[in-house]
Ligand binder design. Structure first.
Ligand code: NAD
Length: 260
């Protein structure tokens, strides 16, 4: 079968380690023939991401803390010089204070609320503004979200509110960038054991609950999320924009489940 992303340049933000959803997406993009560019958040992550990048034969591994406008500009100008064009970008980034993911939502501090919004939601606007000018042949932007945006998920709290804003941003960005044939979508992934996931108090209970509730009777694999990201990045997804695509073994459709 021909490769779905042959000839495309893919920028993936959000690889921290081998368990990151962004790592699974990067591996699937390379499998499908994309030329890969990775970013790392700061010096602490640099070596790990460079090692993973060389394993995946990434064309480039560049610094990018999404809260730093200078680094975003630098990323865009380095990409302009090296690859000149970007076809697809994945934003797989979120952060909130651990405290805010373990106490009642009503206790959320102003700083904690703003931090979660800045890193987990506003950053999609900032990176889209920086990178969209390089999508001169059209393109695809995909972010990662979670069911906690529209339903109350215990302890997800401030991150659920940030994901609600993120999903609204997906729609506004899709409308803005559509005339340039740039599509913007979110994948709503089921719970997956990653560093970010584990920051949510009692995350292991979410993983334990999944198979008893989800129609497919199991949790979500990173590779399943990655294959959906391939679809959205490829020409097969050319008619899809402003969408939230659930890849969660069907968990989101269930209102109430119990054993009889
Ligand atoms: P992860 O911890 O591996 O990835 C989170 C990434 O965000 C890390 O690479 C981290 O460096 C990056 N990041 C945080 N602050 C940053 C900043 N200021 N600048 C640049 N990068 C920054 O965890 P993950 O689960 O792979 O998370 C990826 C995305 O998937 C997140 O948006 C998360 O909310 C979403 N998601 C995760 C799950 C899950 O259960 N793990 C489910 C649905 C959605």
């Amino acid at each position: 079968m021909s490769q779905l992303l042959a000839g495309k340049t893919a920028l993936v933000l959000g690889v921290a380690n081998r368990w990151s959803i962004a790592y699974a997406i990067s591996a699937a993009f390379v499998r499908e023939g994309a030329s890969l560019v990775l970013t790392y958040q700061g010096d602490r992550q640099r070596q790990t991401v460079e090692e993973l990048g060389s394993e995946l034969r990434a064309a480039k591994v560049l610094a990018c803390d999404v809260t730093n406008e200078e680094e975003l500009d630098q990323l865009a100008s380095e990409l302009k010089q090296s690859t000149s064009i970007v076809d697809t970008m994945v934003h797989s980034i979120a952060f909130a204070n651990r405290d805010d993911l373990s106490r009642p939502y009503v206790e959320t501090s102003r700083d904690g609320y703003l931090l979660a919004q800045e890193v987990s939601s506003y950053s999609l606007v900032a990176v889209s503004r920086a990178i969209a000018p390089l999508m001169t042949s059209g393109g695809s932007i995909t972010t990662l979200t979670y069911l906690g945006s529209t339903r109350v998920v215990q302890n997800y709290n401030v991150m659920g509110v940030a994901k609600a804003a993120l999903e609204a941003s997906v729609r506004y960005l899709a409308n803005d960038l559509g005339p340039r044939n740039i599509r913007v979508n979110a994948i709503s992934a089921g719970a997956i054991k990653t560093a970010s996931g584990r920051a949510v108090r009692n995350f292991s209970k979410m993983l334990e609950a999944g198979p008893g509730v989800a129609p497919l009777r199991r949790n979500t694999e990173p590779a399943e999320v990655a294959d959906a990201a391939v679809f959205l990045a490829s020409d097969l997804g050319r008619g899809v924009t402003g969408n939230v695509l659930f890849v969660d073994a069907g968990f989101h459709i269930i209102g109430l489940a119990f054993n009889e």
